[in-house]
Design a protein around this ligand. Structure first.
Ligand code: ATP
Ligand code: MG
Length: 410
């Protein structure tokens, strides 16, 4: 891919409202652009990263028997009246009217829509269980949209809904999705902590959040420095310095970014929205539901927060917008194009073919954060390229003819 045609509008200065490092970097590196408060455009580099995260999510869901679909963002008031949330959801619900004065909202979540979809068809236990998900744009008129993609008013979420005959089957899905989420965040290069967010009075945990530890996180987590214990401070009786109730360890606190959560809904929506099935024993019962969300755009942001310095991103291999960045300096433009075509058969390659000074090219390349950089400069006279491994900033002079072999050995 040629940088000159990709549209990567890098900036010298971050927008003045960019309060956190990841927001500054995403804007400066030309991945996102604000269109309105809490509303962003994903520019070509940004959408490439997002699509990679989405691919990982799809693979981990499809492998576990979940089916992808796509529901409408535009949702009629009637459904929200059925669940009682037209009133309960409050001012975060983006409401609008059509030309006939009928009320709609832009979906902040899809429990109502999905329940209405399955209730018409699922009449018997024989059609269960069912796990349906989508990756879609959500709308919430957040009180304080901020930190770029962290708390948007329009953002991309993956939401999955499971439908079971009983609690035991819901428990199975819950455990399955906990594993799936662990894999998704691990594969995306993110270190997460699983945090109990509501220990539930009826016994057992009802909800867990997946947190990326980060100073800019909006949640506070209490966790044990020795065992796996972790809880959202909102629901925890423990504080910094306490001894862990589960082991010999000590309780610590840290800020976290919630990138995903899993939740046992039970029969709240199936009862209020009349989604029943007939069980093997002939009894009519409400569907037992679970819901599982991942903030896809927030995950992108959290990845940058975790993998960057103030002036440069360093993408995990699995979600990097490109694998290799070729930077030809004056006189090496043709060589750059040829090398691009060669390497592009095996890697995702970005070629900086812009007519810019070396300093500008290097600064932008640092910002953009592609893990391998190939500089075509003076040493091309000896048939060599400078290969920079951005992970450790090691530079190797590699014969241009051997670059395929060199890169594939890494
Ligand atoms: P939060 O406590 O951060 O508001 P939530 O509990 O409202 O999150 P859910 O409704 O369960 O979140 O949404 C699922 C996921 O979507 C969250 O874990 C988070 O990663 C993401 N998310 C929620 N609200 C936003 C937002 N305004 N902007 C970006 N991502 C969001
Ligand atoms: Mg919220």
């Amino acid at each position: 891919m040629k940088q000159s045609v990709l549209y990567v509008p890098t900036l010298k200065e971050a927008p003045s409202n960019a309060e956190v490092k990841s927001h500054r970097l995403l804007a400066r590196a030309g991945l996102i652009k604000q269109t309105a408060a809490g509303v962003y455009t994903y520019l070509p580099l940004g959408i490439r990263v997002m699509q990679k995260i989405e691919r990982i999510i799809r693979e981990e869901h499809d492998a576990r028997g979940c089916s992808e679909m796509l529901m409408p963002a535009l949702q009629p008031r009637d459904l929200w009246e059925e669940s009682g949330r037209w009133d309960d959801y409050g001012p975060a619900l983006m409401r609008l009217k059509d030309r006939k004065e009928r009320d709609f909202c832009l979906g902040p979540t899809h429990e109502e829509v999905i329940t209405a979809i399955v209730r018409d068809y699922i009449d018997s236990y024989k059609k269960l269980p069912l796990a349906l998900y989508q990756i879609q744009t959500k709308f919430r008129d957040e009180l304080r949209p901020r930190f770029g993609l962290m708390r948007g008013r329009e953002f991309v979420m993956k939401d999955l809904y499971t439908f079971s005959t009983d609690e035991a089957d819901l428990d199975r899905w819950y455990a399955t999705m906990m594993t799936a989420y662990t894999e998704i965040f691990r594969r995306s290069g993110l270190e997460t902590k699983i945090v109990a967010s509501d220990t539930g009075e009826i016994g057992g945990d009802q909800a867990h959040e997946f947190m990326v530890l980060s100073e800019v996180g909006e949640d506070t987590i209490t966790y044990c420095d020795t065992c796996d214990y972790a809880a959202n401070q909102e629901y925890s009786a423990l504080s910094e310095g306490d001894s862990c109730p589960h082991c010999e360890g000590t309780i610590k606190t840290a800020k976290g970014i919630e990138v995903g959560n899993i939740f046992k809904l039970g029969t709240k929506y199936s009862e209020s929205m009349n989604a029943f099935f007939t069980d093997a024993d002939g009894q009519r019962k409400p569907l037992v539901m679970g819901c599982y969300g991942i903030g896809v755009s927030r995950t992108l942001m959290a990845a940058v927060e975790q993998h960057s310095t103030e002036d440069s991103i360093l993408w995990p291999d699995s979600i990097t917008p490109f694998d290799v960045h070729i930077v030809p300096l004056k006189g090496n433009e043709d060589l750059g194009r040829r090398l691009h075509d060669r390497l592009a058969t095996q890697h995702e390659v970005l070629l900086d073919d812009r007519d810019e000074r070396p300093g500008v090219k290097f600064k932008d390349a640092d910002l953009i954060g592609i893990p391998w950089r190939i500089i075509l400069g003076k040493s091309t006279k000896e048939g060599k390229a400078e290969v920079v491994n951005r992970r450790n900033d090691e530079v190797q002079l590699v014969p241009i003819d051997d670059l395929e072999v060199y890169l594939s050995g890494q």
